[in-house]
Ligand binder design. Structure first.
Ligand code: 5GP
Ligand code: MN
Length: 342
């Protein structure tokens, strides 16, 4: 755990400030939940606070309290730059390195003259003036809860803050089942329910908002599933043509990789998704037990994340990427065999 400059940050926040809160590109439930929760909290403390998201977030998060008042850096560029220019401090939430906001926004952040405060649970964070980093914690939302707690402000958590925090903890823990979920996580969740988070409504909004096309895309993904039993590995591919056929929308492939991991005996799963716009194959890796997909992705696919959930990318074709991926596996055979006892 790294806690750096916390007392100084506390003093800095004693006066009303202009603050921008930023999450990572392609925001997920934890990025949206943590940025919005922190914004609501800081606003209650008297600050003037704006959330800037790098690009579009999935529709199943657009009901989150405050999401309607965020700026999107990609298409509200001048408004976003203006609030950044006018801010005294930027919070960086749910990411560990400036490049995670995307190229254009990264350039703006690199030129930022004031300080950054990072709250994040990803491995190997870049150094910032103020930092709260803990790779053991399941979600940035739980960290925001603990940040509020460190400020002795748990009474500030209202129904909006509780709803945002519950959402990010729920999505980053796969509904409270990943290894990162602890008794502390459940205690935080219990408190958030006491403070007004409606667990059934939140689950419904996030997980039961499928379109027909999304289910058909899932069907396509599952029929593309490949299993490599000797490596306890399974992977899924989705081409651009397949995405278009089922009217792909942001967020439609969220969680699909977990189906590969749900196979009995499989402890390493990947999904390869062609992204024509960016000219890359976007990859999600998931694992069980001691096989670190953070290391695997860092070493071979220009990415990172956590031990059991990481992302990466490839600039080669789908076919080349898959060939590369499968040929790497023999190097890891003994790690894969011993990573998880079921
Ligand atoms: P996902 O597979 O859901 O996109 O991401 C899994 C985890 O890895 C998330 O915590 C995400 O923030 C992180 N992650 C995803 N893509 C990248 C990447 O390209 N680089 C790094 N460092 N982390 C990533
Ligand atoms: Mn997260």
């Amino acid at each position: 755990m790294i806690l750096k400059g916390f007392d100084e940050l506390k003093r800095f926040l004693e006066k009303p400030r202009n603050i921008v809160v930023v999450g990572h590109r392609n925001p997920d439930g934890d990025a949206m939940g943590s940025t919005l929760a922190l914004k609501h909290y800081l606003a209650k403390k008297g600050h003037n606070c704006t959330v800037v998201v790098p690009n579009e977030y999935p529709e199943f998060l657009n009901w989150l309290p405050g999401s309607e008042n965020t700026y999107r850096f990609d298409w509200q560029n001048s408004q976003s730059k203006r609030v950044i220019d006018n801010s005294d401090l930027i919070f960086l939430l749910d990411f560990n390195a400036l490049h995670r906001v995307g190229h254009d926004m990264q350039k703006i952040l690199e030129a930022y003259p004031n300080d950054f405060a990072m709250i994040d649970h990803h491995q190997q964070p870049d150094d910032m003036k103020y930092m709260y980093s803990d790779v053991e914690i399941c979600s940035t939302c739980q960290m925001v809860y603990q940040f509020i707690e460190m400020n002795n402000d748990l009474d500030f958590i209202d129904v909006d803050i509780a709803t945002c925090l519950y959402t990010g903890i729920m999505t980053d823990t796969g509904s409270f089942r990943f290894r990162s979920t602890t008794s502390r996580t459940h205690r935080v969740i219990a408190d958030l329910i006491d403070k007004g988070a409606e667990n059934d409504r939140i689950h419904n909004n996030v997980y039961d908002a499928n379109s027909y096309n999304r289910l058909l895309l899932l069907g396509q993904a599952l029929s593309n599933l490949q299993i490599l039993p000797s490596y306890k590995t399974a992977y899924i591919t989705l081409t651009n043509e397949e995405k278009n056929r089922f009217d792909f929308q942001k967020g439609d492939t969220e969680g699909v990789v977990n189906y590969a991991l749900s196979l009995k005996g499989i402890i390493f799963a990947a999904i390869f998704i062609e992204d024509k716009e960016q000219g890359i194959i976007k990859i999600s890796f998931r694992s069980k037990g001691d096989f670190s997909v953070n290391k695997f992705s860092r070493n071979h696919f220009n990415g990172g994340g956590h031990d059991n959930a990481a992302g990466g990318k490839s600039e080669e074709s789908m076919q080349e990427t898959i060939t590369n991926f499968t040929s790497l596996l023999s190097e890891y055979q003994s790690d894969l065999e011993t990573a998880y006892e079921d």
